[in-house]
Write a protein that binds this ligand. Structure first.
Ligand SMILES: Cc1cc2nc3c(=O)[nH]c(=O)nc-3n(C[C@H](O)[C@H](O)[C@H](O)COP(=O)(O)OP(=O)(O)OC[C@H]3O[C@@H](n4cnc5c(N)ncnc54)[C@H](O)[C@@H]3O)c2cc1C
Length: 358
């Protein structure tokens, strides 16, 4: 269930082993939280995952070459913004030490492609034929040997085993009914995890009046729980445009994601930037694009905050129902795309060995 990075990777791994499968995807597209737009700027823009977090040492066979910069067709550069400022209590201050931190973290970025392009290459014509789009699963019956998954339109799919890779928010909201119900320990683990709010907004301006990064508010925060910064999306890209992006996740994102309309959100952002940059945002504004992940159907937020037990979250049930995806990597390499991919390999390998971990 789910054709995001984890579901697609699982399909890839199963097809390599010659095992029959179908992928049930709720939306009309694959990719989930990897998503791109080609039309907004003169380079492709990642509307979801953007950075290659090399410090998260997940090892999926499909992403290893990419992480070491050896993936044919995908050029990764080291993300090293030069000017980093913080806006707090009405003042802009330099945050030079952040450069050191970023060098230590050693994030990369795609030079002229995106995370979506990378994951999309795994969707070969054979795998695409296996994806049932616009098929949200609402019920999983697993009392007999055969598992029956029912979609919102009433279509039924039968399988020996299922792998669930939907965002954890969908399980927290009980969008999928399990019959029999999930055991208490599993429900507890699911509900203990916290799934942050999140959005990205890209704005084109006719002039560059901003630094490479400007963080709003306090620098002392746990980046797993909140993040709130504007960054020059053209850093390291071949672009003649001025594109400033907002990325907000977790506790600080709600002030943006909770606004009722896109107009209210744009007004809020321009006001915030005008305050920092002396009215220049409104003066030089050209156009924008919003990706509000909190309001995205079948996603409902950004990513987990590592509050739950990954061992319990990812533990299979009765050798029949398996779990993988961003929040469900038993090695703890959660949050990142390549962590989601690794979790799919781990789940597929567990499916094939039939060993119950608990
Ligand atoms: C704003 C943002 C920024 C991020 N930045 C980065 C970054 O820079 N680097 C990085 O590595 N990671 C980043 N991430 C995290 C990364 O995007 C995720 O870890 C990864 O893409 C998750 O993949 P997944 O397959 O586990 O889940 P998803 O991509 O969420 O896929 C789950 C799929 O399940 C489908 N689905 C949901 N409910 C059902 C149902 N009932 N039936 C069938 N299908 C269903 C959904 O439609 C979706 O396609 C970011 C995420 C966000 C939102």
């Amino acid at each position: 269930m789910g054709a995001g990075a984890a579901g697609i990777t699982a399909g890839h791994a199963l097809s390599e082993k010659g095992i029959d499968f179908e992928i049930l995807e709720a939306s009309s597209v694959h990719g989930g939280r990897v998503k791109k737009t080609d039309g907004f700027a003169d380079f492709p823009i990642d509307l979801g995952a953007e950075w290659v977090h090399r410090s998260i040492k997940a090892k999926a066979p499909t992403t290893q070459a990419l992480l070491s910069g050896q993936s044919p067709g995908f050029r990764i550069f080291n993300y090293r913004p030069k000017t980093i400022l913080q806006y707090k209590n009405g003042k802009l201050r330099s945050k030079g030490w952040m450069k050191l931190l970023l060098a230590l973290v050693n994030d990369g970025k795609f030079a002229d492609s995106t995370w979506f392009d990378f994951i999309d290459q795994l969707v070969t014509p054979e795998i695409k034929k296996k994806i049932h789009y616009s098929t949200p699963v609402i019920k999983i019956e697993h009392s007999s040997n055969e598992i029956v998954a029912t979609s919102a339109s009433g279509e039924q799919f039968r399988a020996d085993k299922v792998l669930i890779t939907v965002p954890i928010k969908m399980l927290q909201d009980e969008y999928i009914e399990f019959a029999p119900a999930l055991p208490d320990w599993k429900k507890k683990a699911i509900n203990k995890e916290q799934f942050g709010d999140g959005l990205k907004v890209f704005i084109e301006f006719s002039e560059k009046f901003y630094p490479d990064v400007v963080e709003i508010g306090s620098a002392i925060r746990n980046p797993l729980e909140s993040d709130d910064s504007y960054y020059d999306a053209t850093v390291g890209k071949n672009s003649s445009k001025n594109i400033l992006a907002l990325f907000a996740h977790g506790l600080t994102a709600t002030k943006y994601t909770s606004l009722k309309t896109d107009k209210a959100l744009l007004d809020f952002i321009l006001k915030e930037l005008d305050e920092v940059f002396d009215g220049q945002a409104t003066k030089y504004y050209k156009k924008h694009i919003i990706q509000n992940w909190s309001k995205e159907p079948f996603i409902g937020g950004s990513y987990s905050m590592r509050k739950g037990s990954v061992k319990e979250l990812s533990a299979p049930l009765n050798n029949k129902i398996y779990f993988a995806g961003e929040a469900m990597n038993p090695s703890g390499k959660t949050i990142a795309v390549h962590g989601a991919c690794e979790s799919a390999y781990l789940a597929v390998s567990e499916m094939l060995t039939n060993k119950d971990r608990r």
